[in-house]
Write a protein that binds this ligand. Sequence first.
Ligand code: SF4
Length: 250
Amino acid sequence: MTTAALPRPNLHRLAPGEPVNTNLLREHLDPFNLALEPLGPAEILRWAARTFGSRAALSCSFGGPSGMVLIDLIAAQSLPIDVYSIDTGLLFPETHDLAREVERRYGIQPRRFFADLSLAEHAATIEDKPWQVDPDACCARRKLEPNRRALAGRATWISGVRRDQSPSRADTPILSWSDKFNIFKLAPLARWTGDEVWDHIREHDVPYNRLHDQGMPSLGCTVCTAIPDGIDPRSGRWPGFTKTECGLHI
Ligand code: SF4
């Protein structure tokens, strides 16, 4: 099925700032997913750009290869999709290096959203080293809250989540609705495997985080990322805790 055959409810011409009619959008999730499922990520991104225009935004952590593929596909097609990242104040230097490399390579300037408390303020008013005490609360304050600000006024939130990344992501639909953030979520790479992602990176010489070459396939904050067990690429996240997700995608 081509994008031309996709059902087109009256949702893709929302004016900037117009409130999203969540009921209307959610009513069409199933037919849209049926139509989107066979499409490749480049075509899904084109559909998102046509449907949501400048109200589509890609979140990229610069800590995994999937987001880099999406940036490459957006740039290659000159799509009007903004890119943003969340800066918790605890990112690896290599992650910042990659963000600068992306700016040079693609001529874009991903907007950075910071936690509303500096690390010193967090320690003084809530908890010192909160990631050791309550990592869920830490992620809520340093990742989820700025992500909520990043998505204000947007209609869809694009991410590099894939089904093969972890059991908790195995059922990721291409298009879904996030009650938590009150927005459409789009996962153009949901069907792709890690091998397909790396094939694209090599074929198109896409920049990626150099720490991946040092045995760290999934990078978050410095204090919550370790070398994984070799089987599950996300097993190096939050070592010592049962936590497997920061809360953005669950
Ligand atoms: S990954 Fe760790 S340090 Fe970063 S926000 Fe979450 S709990 Fe805090």
